[in-house]
Design a protein around this ligand. Structure first.
Ligand code: AMP
Length: 209
C-alpha cells in the first residue's frame, strides 16, 4: 500500500509537530523523523540562533531574549514561521520543532493552516523525566557552549515550558492527534517508537529511520 501510494505520486503531505521540554531530545529526534518522512525539520530555535549568528535584523531583535531564555514575541515568531512554511520545500509537509510554544501561537498556526485547508496530522509529545532533561542540558552546555544553557536560564526555560507550552498539548489532545512517546533510552529506540506511532496513524515513511 505504502509503495503504491508513493509510486502513483499520491503520497499525502505529512505535517508534524514535536513537543517536549528542553533536553528531551526533540531537536535530534525531529531531524531524524523529518528525514524518515521526507519533509523539512523547521526549528524556530535554530532559525533564531542562525539569525543571531548571521547578525541579521531579526538576530539583533531576538539576541537578548534568547540569551535570557525568554520567549520571542508571538507576532514576530508566527511571522517567521509563516514565511518559512510558504517555501516550496514545505508544500509536501513539514515537522515543526519549538513552535507553537503557547496557546496564542497555536491559534496563529491554526489560522495559517486553515487558510490553506491544512491541519497537523500528528503531535509527538516526547516525555522525559525532569532530572534527565536537566542532566542532558548541562551536558549540552559543556559540549556546545550555548548561551542559553546556563543553570539559571535552563530553570527559566523549563518553567516557561511547564507554564506556557505544556498546555498546548491539551488543545491538540482534544483533536486526537497527540502521540505520547517515552523519550528515554537510546536515540534509535526513541526514533523507532515515534516512527511506529506515526505509521500507526497511516503516515508513510519515505526512507529508513
Ligand atoms: P529552542 O532551541 O527551541 O529551545 O529555542 C531557543 C530559544 O529561541 C527559546 O528559548 C526562545 O527564546 C526562542 N524561541 C524558539 N521558539 C520560540 C517560539 N515558538 N516562541 C518564542 N520564542 C521562541
Amino acid at each position: 500500500m505504502a509503495a503504491q501510494a508513493h509510486e502513483s505520486g499520491a503520497r499525502r503531505a505529512t505535517r508534524l509537530l514535536i513537543v517536549g521540554p528542553q533536553g528531551s531530545g526533540k531537536g535530534t529526534q525531529g531531524v531524524r523523523i523529518a528525514e524518515a518522512f521526507g519533509i523539512p525539520a523547521i526549528s524556530t530555535g535554530d532559525v533564531f540562533r542562525g539569525a543571531v549568528a548571521a547578525g541579521t535584523d531579526l538576530g539583533r531583535q531576538v539576541q537578548a531574549i534568547i540569551a535570557a531564555g525568554d520567549l520571542v514575541s508571538d507576532e514576530l515568531t508566527s511571522k517567521v514561521v509563516r514565511e518559512r512554511l510558504e517555501k516550496e520545500d514545505a508544500a509536501d509537509g513539514f515537522l515543526l520543532d519549538g513552535y507553537p510554544r503557547n496557546i496564542a501561537q497555536v491559534r496563529d498556526l491554526d489560522a495559517f493552516l486553515e487558510g490553506r485547508g491544512e491541519a497537523l496530522d500528528a503531535v509527538i509529545e516526547l516525555s522525559v523525566p525532569r532530572e534527565e532533561s536537566i542532566a542532558r542540558l548541562s551536558l549540552r552546555a559543556k559540549e556546545q557552549g550555548r548561551t542559553d544553557d546556563t543553570e539559571e536560564v535552563i530553570a527559566n526555560r523549563l518553567a516557561i515550558y511547564e507554564r506556557e507550552t505544556a498546555p498546548i498539548l491539551g488543545v491538540y489532545r482534544t483533536r486526537g492527534v497527540v502521540d505520547e512517546i517515552d523519550g528515554t533510552g537510546t536515540l534509535d529506540e526513541v526514533t523507532d517508537r515515534i516512527v511506529g506511532a506515526l505509521e500507526a496513524r497511516g503516515l508513510i515513511r519515505t526512507a529508513a529511520a
